[in-house]
Design a protein around this ligand. Structure first.
Ligand SMILES: Cc1cc2nc3c(=O)[nH]c(=O)nc-3n(C[C@H](O)[C@H](O)[C@H](O)COP(=O)(O)OP(=O)(O)OC[C@H]3O[C@@H](n4cnc5c(N)ncnc54)[C@H](O)[C@@H]3O)c2cc1C
Length: 468
């Protein structure tokens, strides 16, 4: 039995035995074959079955349901898409508002499925706090971000400014400069969601085959080392693992994000910190930090990881001491009382980044291939939208889902933008990340001269421009 419990805190906390489902041993003929039992594959199967129960669906998974990012993430279930502002920029104000409402409704849609299917994944809709928490420049950058949201027609019911006093009413950080609260976000235990969804689709008649890596795929079929599946529709749902299914790796590169979890903290410590309504939180540097208070009262905290030359998958997520200590440093800046706390779990995962840094939901009727991905680090909610959207596209249901700007209904994979060849990607990625690290170190040092601070931010902002 593979050591699946070591995948993440969340997988370790499952109170079910992690028994492998059967692998694919015999050839099959199905309506829809899905590669990958993460959220995208499972949500797609779920909504297809809801709309058309007689469909014959098989999911073929390399390891176990939740082995990928879905069993490892930070548990922010957001009503957002990466790059949504640029995706929606061309729409009329009413259409844009309707698209935002669709996105903001994702956590509630997930909650209704959890209720219907009896899935307990510690769902708490406490919103998200983006905190200006480490240096004063963060306040200006968050205020600028809020202005840009309001310029797109969003309002205080969607995102509201929190003064330092209002912020510490929810999260008591050492240096509160202010923050933004968004309501459309819940925190969850990610592994409980993915495992619960897998059981739900099985109850609906979907077959899941585990320990069955797909080696070949093409229009109408896939094959593993032991058997083949023929299908009318094929849905590769492998996100950060696209490099295993050529030519998908041209369009979705694996990048890593890494997390730590503390021991359960005492009630007295949480009285000092707050976060008692399931709020997700992050500090607003370009380190991309994300945290939550877990249902069993740990601090779970993550930050951006790396990119491996050639877009190779990172396989070993035993974090180095410097990877762990960077995350300890970042959360201790917010909560100095946790500086020496015991870290019981550290892990990470591969996530999928598209060249346009925004997701795509694609359906090609001619080849019978449909896919949703490129969520970046924001796929917990987006994958639910992706599953719903692919189901409507495959079943030719006319809905608002299929008319969104992230939907690609023509051109197949060729409609996606390919990544540049190496070494450009590696050089580019590292130049950008180094500028972010340099900015962070400069701004976090109160002794940095004003001109140095400005220059570091200008350079990082300029480099970030290449990501859009
Ligand atoms: C560390 C980390 C933290 C994150 N935190 C957040 C967060 O807090 N909020 C948020 O919104 N998003 C977050 N994300 C992103 C989010 O988790 C993902 O976008 C989402 O889980 C993607 O789901 P998926 O089903 O598309 O892919 P995955 O969950 O990665 O599933 C893909 C599946 O495909 C299988 N597979 C791969 N290759 C093959 C093959 N050849 N044959 C068969 N099966 C194959 C894998 O084993 C895997 O089970 C995070 C990601 C990571 C890695």
């Amino acid at each position: 039995m593979p050591a699946w419990r070591t995948i993440s805190l969340w997988m370790d906390q499952l109170d079910e035995p992690l028994v492998a489902r059967p692998s694919l041993e015999q050839d099959l003929d199905v309506d829809v074959a899905i590669i990958g039992a993460g959220y995208t594959g499972l949500w797609t199967a779920y909504y297809l079955k809801r709309h058309k129960p007689e469909l014959n669906i098989a999911i073929v998974e390399a390891q176990t349901a939740g082995f990928g990012a879905s069993g490892r993430n930070g548990g922010w279930l957001m009503g957002n898409l990466l790059g949504e502002d640029s995706l929606l920029a061309g729409l009329s104000p009413p259409a844009r508002r309707a698209s935002y409402d669709l996105l903001h409704g994702i956590p509630d849609e997930v909650a209704s499925v959890l209720e219907r299917e009896g899935i307990d994944c510690d769902y708490r809709k406490g919103g998200v706090l983006y905190c200006a928490a480490r240096y004063p420049e963060q306040e200006a950058s968050l205020r600028g971000y809020l202005d840009s949201l309001y310029a797109q027609g969003l309002n205080e019911a969607d995102y509201r400014w929190l003064s330092p006093e209002q912020l510490v009413g929810q999260i008591r950080i050492a240096n509160p400069y202010g923050g933004i609260q968004a309501t459309h976000c819940a925190t969850i235990n990610p592994a409980k969601l993915v495992r619960g969804l897998a059981r739900a689709v099985e109850r609906m008649g979907v077959k899941i085959y585990e320990n069955s890596p797909v080696q070949q795929w093409q229009s109408g079929s896939l094959s593993t080392a032991k058997a083949a599946v023929r299908c009318r529709w094929l849905v590769p749902a492998v996100e950060g693992y696209a490099v295993t299914l050529a030519p998908l790796g041209r369009y979705q590169l694996p990048v890593q994000s890494l997390l730590v979890a503390t021991e359960p903290l005492s009630a007295a410590t949480w009285d000092e910190i707050g976060l008692n309504q399931g709020q997700a939180f992050g500090e607003s540097s370009r380190q991309v930090t994300y945290g939550q208070r877990s249902a069993d009262n740990r601090l779970v905290f993550g930050a951006r990881g790396g990119y491996q030359f050639g877009g190779q998958l990172r396989q070993n997520f035993d974090l180095t001491s410097s990877e762990v200590e960077l995350r300890r440093y970042l959360f201790s800046e917010l909560f100095p009382q946790l500086k020496n706390v015991e870290i019981t779990h550290s892990w990470g995962g591969n996530l999928g980044m598209s060249r346009r840094f925004r997701p795509h939901m694609l359906c090609d009727t001619r080849s019978g291939i449909a896919l949703s991905g490129g969520y970046g680090g924001e796929g917990v909610g987006a994958s639910n939208l992706g599953g719903r959207t692919l189901a409507d596209l495959i079943l030719e249901r006319d809905s608002e889902l299929v008319r969104q700007p992230w939907v690609i209904a023509q051109g197949g994979l060729d409609a996606l933008k390919a990544w540049e060849p190496e070494p450009l990607r590696w050089l580019g990625y590292n130049a950008i990340i180094q500028s972010f690290i340099h900015e962070d170190q400069t701004l976090a040092n109160p002794g940095s001269a004003p001109w140095r601070r400005k220059l570091a931010s200008r350079v990082a902002g300029f480099m970030e421009g290449f990501m859009h």
